[in-house]
Design a binder for this molecule. Structure first.
Ligand code: DP6
Length: 353
């Protein structure tokens, strides 16, 4: 008899407006500061994952991403598998008639609907989808908050992709990480006219990974300590208020300042880390000129660990923001040709969840 158990899910990309950068515990991915992000629309940028298992599978755990077999022996993937299996085992121990899925090898198949190498937080959507797909397969009664603790161990930023809308990640203070969880600040429906346009300046893989970059920053940057202990805690409060009040000027200003602060600590790292390039800086100038013409902040840039810009704006300013970027795309070196394309995450707005 062939027994096959299977469950599928999708998880969206999130883009931080208050950046996570620094770990106090690299094994559990416990951060040195809280962070806050916006979850993008599922229809635009997301990972689709199917988790299956069967007693007939004799080949061990496996993971296929975009058709290519991946190594599952890494500590992060192993931590996710281990935690989810332990929860399934608890269920099996409490209900003896349940099939012993926790003892079968897992087969995970994932597809991104965006270029994995484009520096678009693929690990966030990837681990969030992996954890939720296995939780569904195991029929775990876990809440998104519970799952965020597990996804965090896969990749820190992944914990925020378990929720839609505006999402915080509380750094927590416990050594076991039980209070380092994601939480929803507001659903997407609270501020439904928020939009994001993503400018893929370079689809090349980043030369310094987030994981190693942030470790070097913590070890060497003199700016880092005040960012983690003073700047970010204050901004977390201000940003949550800006979101509650739907105050785009405050939201935009804090987003841009936090992106600048994060990249300043990267430059202050020794040896320095350069994620922004000339095209990124040109995007910043364009946002500044859009805001100067409007006489107020109607566009806000933010950059993760790479040169690609994400620009937030409100739907009513579509023409003045996305329209201006569309007009210059193709004319600016670095945005044209095979290395550059604009991925729009703006049509379907942000995640409805
Ligand atoms: C700049 O979550 O990729 O995008 O926990 O080591 O996997 P690991 O790091 P990762 O770092 C993301 C850093 C960032 C900021 C953010 O998303 O908050």
């Amino acid at each position: 008899m062939s027994e096959l158990y299977r469950a599928s899910t999708t998880a969206p990309v999130n883009i931080a407006v208050i950046k996570y950068w620094g770990k106090r515990d690299p094994k559990l991915n416990l951060p040195t500061n809280s962070s806050l992000s916006v979850t993008l629309s599922q229809s635009d940028l997301r990972t689709h994952t199917t988790a299956s298992c069967s007693p007939n599978n004799k080949s061990g755990d496996s993971l296929i991403l975009n058709g290519e077999s991946q190594d599952v022996s890494g500590a992060r993937t192993q931590a996710c598998f281990r935690e989810l299996r332990a929860l399934r085992k608890e269920l099996e121990d409490s209900k003896s008639d349940l099939p012993k899925l926790s003892t079968f090898p897992l087969k995970i198949v994932s597809e991104n609907n965006f270029p994995t190498a484009a520096g678009l937080a693929s690990s966030a959507a990837g681990f969030a989808a992996l954890v939720r797909a296995i939780a569904n397969l195991y029929e775990l009664p876990s809440s998104p908050t519970d799952l965020s603790k597990i996804a965090r161990q896969g990749s820190g930023s992944a914990c925020r992709s378990l929720f839609g809308g505006y999402v915080g990640w509380e750094q927590g203070s416990k050594d076991d990480g039980s209070d380092s969880v994601a939480f929803q600040v507001a659903p997407a429906s609270h501020w439904p006219n928020m939009r994001a346009v993503i400018l893929v300046v370079s689809a090349a893989k980043k030369d310094v990974s987030s994981t190693s970059g942030m470790q070097t920053t913590v070890a060497t940057s003199s700016l880092f300590a005040s960012r983690a202990s003073e700047t970010v805690p204050k901004r977390m409060q201000e940003m949550q208020k800006a979101i509650q009040d739907k105050d785009f000027e405050a939201f935009g200003k804090i987003s841009m300042m936090d992106s600048n602060s994060f990249h300043a600590t990267c430059l202050d790292t020794y040896p320095p880390i350069f994620y922004l390039n000339d095209v990124s800086r040109a995007a910043i100038k364009i946002v500044e000129s859009i805001n100067a013409s409007a006489g107020k902040i109607i566009a806000a840039y933010t950059f993760d660990a790479g040169p690609n810009a994400v620009v937030y704006y409100l739907e009513e300013n579509e023409k003045d923001v996305a329209g201006v970027f569309k007009a210059v795309l193709g004319e600016k070196e670095g945005w044209a040709g095979e290395r550059g394309q604009a991925v729009e995450a703006n049509s379907a707005a942000l995640d409805k969840a």
